[in-house]
Design a protein around this ligand. Sequence first.
Ligand SMILES: Nc1ncnc2c1ncn2[C@@H]1O[C@H](COP(=O)(O)OP(=O)(O)OP(=O)(O)O)[C@@H](O)[C@H]1O
Ligand SMILES: [Mg+2]
Length: 371
Amino acid sequence: MHLVHLRLRDFRNYARLDVELGPGFHLFIGDNAQGKTNILEAIYLLATLRSFRGVGSAQMVRHGARGYFVGGQWMAEVAHDVKMYWSMRERSLTMDEQPVRRLSEYYGRLRCVVFCTEDLQLVKGASKIRRRFLDLLLAQTQPGYLTALQRYVHALQSRNALLKRPDADPALMAPFTQELITAGSLLMERRRALVPELSTLAKQAYARISLDAEELRLTYAPSVKADFAVELAQAMARERVLRATTVGPHRDDLQMQLNERSAAQFSSEGQKRTLAIALKMAQAEFLTGLTGVPPILLIDDVMGELDARRRAGLMPLLERTEHRRGQVLMTCTQENWPRDLGRSLHRWEVRAAHLRAAAPSPATGESALHG
Ligand SMILES: Nc1ncnc2c1ncn2[C@@H]1O[C@H](COP(=O)(O)OP(=O)(O)OP(=O)(O)O)[C@@H](O)[C@H]1O
Ligand SMILES: [Mg+2]
């Protein structure tokens, strides 16, 4: 799978951009604040309808403009075309000239995995971030998951609204409780099935990148221990005090351990970074395993943060994607661009929201390119 064409209008610092991209390895090089990350953000937005920076659409509209447009064409078995427009007043999403009516029909068509500095929060941050990671992967791959998630969130909000009332009536809550159990059980079942598989892939990726003996393990830590209905009933008194639903998959977590110890608590910064990358690599491998086609890898600023040994460990993983006719899009500044990147490489210079295809110069290691 690869992105063939990207078109931006009034997106971030881009007034307009039209770029053709082939499969393979693309490197976006430029100084700080030129527009490298913005390109990856736009592609990720096409795939998931959200920014990996966790911001709303208003922030992505170019300063002074009314709305943004992001369009793209990607090649899977056949080519698909997507157009997205957003403004305060109007928003539209079309695929192959047809309006997208249900998100569940669109999700998972264009598959991207992003590697960015925010990924560190997967290890360090709140459990919500890890749930979102699991949800995004499951929504992209498991039919029915996104619908169940939407139903669950809706029931949870309604139930919590009732719990906030002083006279919370159990009879009024019953249908939402039932919905919570039905939709929530599906979420838990799918998460439980996913995590061991993901754990194996992440462990392999971690070992390849770090070349260390320490062993990574991911464990699903569900909020519901045995029976959702029973545990909800038992929590009723507490819920009334806290005025919120206290058990359920909205309280699940994904535990990460290095050599049997909590990675969040005991690992070094470098280990946490490696772990975050391993999680994303596992996500990519999982998607590849399911479909036989590697997702597009969007790699933002990650290389500069790894030591040379870890960088060398990551390279073969990226090369695998490239060899399978996948696409890797990576950003870096002049200073931290990994010169160990040899081979056929498309270099793009990014300067003040303009892209220029750059020929490999002797300074970038001609010999490595041919050797
Ligand atoms: N909504 C917006 N409208 C106009 N410009 C914006 C908007 N949002 C961000 N920018 C600007 O876009 C520029 C490029 O941002 P981007 O994050 O892509 O930089 P970058 O090339 O990745 O830099 P770095 O190497 O520092 O990560 C920045 O100057 C930023 O302030
Ligand atoms: Mg950047």
